[in-house]
Design a binder for this molecule. Structure first.
Ligand SMILES: Nc1ncnc2c1ncn2[C@@H]1O[C@H](COP(=O)(O)OP(=O)(O)O)[C@@H](O)[C@H]1O
Ligand code: SF4
Ligand SMILES: [Mg+2]
Length: 339
């Protein structure tokens, strides 16, 4: 199979939230929630984004969708004519057209589904808002969508409260698919569900991907979920991407000490194969006041002088393998132990 083209290419993306203080609301500083991030996603691929809570995953996902405005950077997205367009340079009219192509699935479907609307209206709303269907055609399309996600047309007249968590996530997925998108950001989409239901939803997302040729940015703090669903993985730390690689490479041969530490903290199902655990000491750095040099240096067991002084460059260290660490070529790090 030939390597497919990129659908998304994010370059030097930044999102700084302004911190205001006092009666006069003066600018007191910035939360560097996304700080100079680079990565790409290929057509038909699932790119998993992982990192501890607060490291900027949600902010990055929302900047890509332009649900919030990035402070700086380029977000190239492949248009239907095959050309790459910078979403950050689009005016509101052009953006509206692209919004059909890029959809979001949230963590908590309950809070994102209007409790006073029937499933039929929830799933059909994006079609009505975009003037894409009405009357009988709308009803047919909504029926097709709910069946596509494993619900049936007898569910259409019911309200969200009548459904289980997994079923509500299916409704959220049907709604996201309504406008026929090509790219979907899933933000902790299965994190609120029981493990058995998680697997069903992950399988559904995979089936839909094959069937509809979708590309996913799949955000989760759960390494097990990320490993299960992703073709490639990106690891974030304090607003920065520290490593991206094919899933197997990342789990077997991580090149960044933070990735190694995350993998060693993952519960290992077979205790006989227990790897040496690296205990991540200290707190995640504060994105409003990050450390000098490499942001990970206060917690890194390999840190040297250069790490405290200089920001590591983002560079390619192997096929499809990028890392930001001064010592990436010298260190031999431990991967996850197979379960
Ligand atoms: N609207 C906002 N204003 C100020 N700070 C924010 C805002 N949204 C998120 N942040 C901060 O940005 C950082 C990244 O948050 P987030 O993207 O939610 O991380 P994650 O999804 O990885 O848990 C956190 O320090 C968070 O407190
Ligand atoms: S640059 Fe230095 S401190 Fe940062 S991860 Fe690499 S070795 Fe550790
Ligand atoms: Mg989040």
């Amino acid at each position: 199979m030939s390597i497919s083209e990129e659908i998304l290419n994010v370059q030097s993306l930044k999102k700084y939230f302004v911190i205001k203080k006092g009666f006069l609301q003066r600018t007191a500083g910035y939360v560097k929630a996304v700080d100079d991030v680079n990565f790409y996603i290929r057509e038909g691929e699932t790119f998993g984004l992982v990192g501890e809570s607060g490291c900027g995953k949600t902010t990055l996902g929302r900047c890509v969708l332009r649900a919030i405005e990035p402070s700086e950077g380029v977000t190239l997205f492949r248009d239907r004519d095959g050309k790459m367009k910078d979403l950050n340079g689009l005016d509101s009219k052009e953006l509206r057209r692209f919004r059909r192509d890029i959809q979001l699935i949230f963590q908590d479907p309950y809070s994102s589904l209007n409790p006073r609307m029937t499933v039929e209206n929830i799933v059909g709303e994006p079609l009505v808002c975009n003037g894409m269907a009405s009357g009988e055609a709308l009803r047919e399309r909504v029926k097709e969508l709910v069946e596509m996600v494993g619900l049936s047309s007898r569910h259409l007249e019911r309200y969200p409260h009548a459904f289980s968590g997994g079923q509500r996530q299916r409704i959220g997925i049907a709604r996201a698919l309504a406008t026929n998108p090509r790219f979907i950001v899933c933000d902790e989409a299965v994190s609120a569900l029981d493990v058995s239901v998680q697997a069903q939803i992950l399988n559904l997302l995979r089936d839909l991907q094959k069937r509809l040729g979708l590309s996913y940015l799949f955000i989760s703090h759960d390494l097990g979920v990320i490993q299960h669903i992703s073709d490639r993985v990106g690891v974030m730390y304090v607003g920065r991407m520290v490593e991206t690689a094919k899933t197997d490479d990342l789990f077997k041969q991580p090149k960044h000490p933070y990735t190694e530490a995350l993998l060693s903290a993952k519960p290992i199902p077979d205790p006989r194969k227990k790897a040496a655990r690296i205990v991540l000491s200290g707190e995640v750095a504060n994105p409003a006041n990050p450390p000098s040099g490499c942001y990970f240096h206060p917690r890194c067991q390999y840190a040297q002088d250069v790490c405290r002084k200089k920001k590591p460059e983002w560079r390619e260290v192997g096929p499809d393998h990028f890392v930001a660490c001064h010592l990436a070529d010298e260190l031999t790090l431990q991967g996850a132990v197979k379960s």
